[in-house]
Write a protein that binds this ligand. Sequence first.
Ligand code: FES
Length: 93
Amino acid sequence: MKREDIVICRCEDITLGEIRECIERGATTLEEIKRELRCGMGPCQGTTCMPLIRRELARYLCMPVEEIDLPTKRPPLIVSKFESILEGKESEE
Ligand code: FES
């Protein structure tokens, strides 16, 4: 297996190669990478992949990891009960 084929975001099935291509196309923030590849938007909300992608971006930009801002967390706009989701009902406001 090549390094490029290593899956970094397991929720969205994004490989290291895809992340590197995104950075080489000009992405300079985690937010840009997230918007283009959807990594960090899976069920774990980036808990697993964002630290790895952050480190890769820092390495590419020759910056300390701490200087790479984490993407903005966006909570759901409308609170929904799991019961409603499972039953396919519209959200209660
Ligand atoms: S591993 Fe990337 S969103 Fe879960």
